[in-house]
Ligand binder design. Structure first.
Ligand SMILES: Nc1ncnc2c1ncn2[C@@H]1O[C@H](COP(=O)(O)OP(=O)(O)OP(=O)(O)O)[C@@H](O)[C@H]1O
Ligand SMILES: [Mg+2]
Length: 346
C-alpha cells in the first residue's frame, strides 16, 4: 500500500481518496460516512468490518484524519503479520532488564501512538491473553510493558479491523466477548464492491488518475462499454482487485483482463482482448517504456513461477508475446545498469 504516513506517523489526507470516492453513493456506505461524521470528537473505539480489500485501512485513516486527534500519531499494527509472541512486545514495549544488564527498555506502539490512534488490523488473530491486556487498556487506560511490574497509563484511541466474523469467533471461544463488546461500540460495516457497483465509474476514474501518476503514464480513458463490462464482474478481491486491474490495464493496455488469476477466466475478457482493438479502453498505453514498478511485478511473478514465461504471462493476464516484448525492455534496462543477462539462464 502507498505511504500515507510521514516519519511522525501523521496521516496525509491528500494521499487518501476523496470522501465521495471512499463512500460512493450506496445507502450502506452513506450510513458508514454519516456515522464517521458523528464521531469527530468522540474517543470511542471503532470496529471496521468488511471482506478483504474493501478499504478498511483507508477508512481507518480517514476516521483518524477527521477526528480531533488528526494532529497526533496514527500507528498501525497488523496482528496477523507478526508472530504472536512478538505482538505483545510490539504493542506494549518491554521493560529494561535488571540493573547490570545491557538491555534497555523499549516503548511499544501504544506509547508511540500516545494522544492519537492505534489501528489494530486483523484483530481476530490476537491470542487470548493479549486480548485480555487490551480489555485492560480499554477499561482502565493502563498497560504493562513486557517484563515490567508497574502499569503505565495511555491515552490512545483504538480502531480495529477484521475480515472474519468476530461474533462467530466468540461462539467458538476464540475471541473474548468482553473485548468484542468494548471495541464494537462503533461498528462500521464496509460493503463488498459487488454490492456497490454503481460506484465503479467513479472509483475507476480516481484509480486511473492516481495510478497513472504513480506509474508515470498518461491516464487512459475507459469507454462506457468497458465500464459496463467491469460492472458485470463481481470483484471477489474488492477494491484491491479493481486497483490491480487498473494498474495492469495502464501498463499492459490491450491485454489487461479484469480477472486476477488464470483460474478465473471471465466472460467479459472478450470485451478488451488483444484481438478486439476497437473495444480496448487502453489503446496505445502499452508501447511506452516499462516503468520500474512494472519490472518488479514482472520479476516477482517470474520468480514465483521459476522463470516459466508461459505461466507468468498467464498469471499477469497478458499474452505470451506481450510478456516477451516487456522482458526485452526490462532486460535492456537492466543491462544498461550492468546486469549480465535477464532472465537468468539455467
Ligand atoms: N475508496 C477507495 N478508492 C480507491 N481505492 C481504494 C479505496 N479504498 C481502498 N482502496 C485501495 O484498495 C486497496 C485495499 O484497501 P485497504 O488496504 O484499505 O483494504 P482492507 O479492507 O484493509 O484489505 P485487507 O482486508 O486485505 O487488509 C488499497 O490499495 C487502497 O488504496
Ligand atoms: Mg487491511
Amino acid at each position: 500500500m502507498r505511504t500515507e504516513l510521514n516519519s511522525n506517523f501523521r496521516v496525509d489526507v491528500a494521499e487518501l481518496p476523496d470522501e465521495r470516492v471512499i463512500f460512493g453513493c450506496t445507502a450502506a456506505m452513506r450510513e458508514v460516512q454519516a456515522k464517521i461524521g458523528l464521531l469527530r470528537s468522540s474517543q470511542l473505539p471503532a470496529l471496521i468490518q468488511g471482506e478483504s480489500g474493501t478499504g478498511k485501512e483507508v477508512v481507518a485513516r480517514f476516521l483518524h484524519a477527521h477526528s480531533d486527534r488528526q494532529d497526533a500519531p496514527f500507528v498501525k499494527l497488523n496482528c496477523a503479520a507478526i508472530p504472536a509472541n512478538l505482538v505483545e512486545k510490539e504493542l506494549f514495549g518491554c521493560a529494561a532488564a535488571p540493573f547490570g544488564s545491557a538491555r534497555e527498555g523499549r516503548p511499544g506502539l501504544v506509547e508511540t501512538a500516545e494522544g492519537g490512534t492505534i489501528f489494530l488490523d486483523e484483530i481476530g488473530e490476537l491470542d487470548w491473553d493479549l486480548q485480555g491486556e487490551l480489555v485492560q487498556l480499554l477499561q482502565n487506560g493502563s498497560y504493562l510493558r513486557v517484563g515490567a511490574d508497574e502499569r503505565r497509563s495511555a491515552c490512545v484511541r483504538l480502531i480495529c479491523a477484521s475480515n472474519v466474523d468476530l461474533q462467530a469467533a466468540v461462539q467458538q471461544s476464540k475471541f473474548r466477548e468482553d473485548l468484542l463488546r468494548l471495541i464494537s461500540s462503533v461498528h462500521l460495516r464496509l460493503s463488498a464492491l459487488r454490492d456497490r457497483k454503481v460506484d465503479i465509474p467513479q472509483l475507476c476514474e480516481y484509480l486511473l488518475q492516481r495510478l497513472a501518476r504513480k506509474l508515470n503514464r498518461i491516464a487512459p480513458r475507459i469507454s462506457p462499454s468497458t465500464l459496463q463490462l467491469l460492472k458485470q464482474w463481481d470483484w471477489p478481491g474488492n477494491l484491491r482487485e479493481l486497483e490491480n486491474w487498473i494498474a495492469r490495464a495502464i501498463v499492459f493496455g490491450e491485454d489487461a483482463n479484469p480477472n486476477t488469476g488464470p483460474k478465473t477466466r471471465l466472460a467479459v475478457t472478450r470485451g478488451f482482448s488483444a484481438r478486439d482493438h476497437r473495444n480496448n479502453p487502453m489503446n496505445g498505453a502499452s508501447r511506452r517504456p516499462v516503468p520500474m514498478a512494472t519490472n518488479h511485478l514482472i520479476l516477482k511473478v517470474l520468480q514465483e513461477n521459476h522463470w516459466n514465461r508461459r505461466k507468468t504471462a498467464a498469471d499477469l493476464n497478458i499474452s505470451y508475446r506481450s510478456l516477451l516484448y516487456k522482458l526485452r525492455e526490462v532486460g535492456a534496462q537492466l543491462q544498461k545498469k550492468g546486469h549480465r543477462s535477464f532472465p537468468p539462464r539455467h
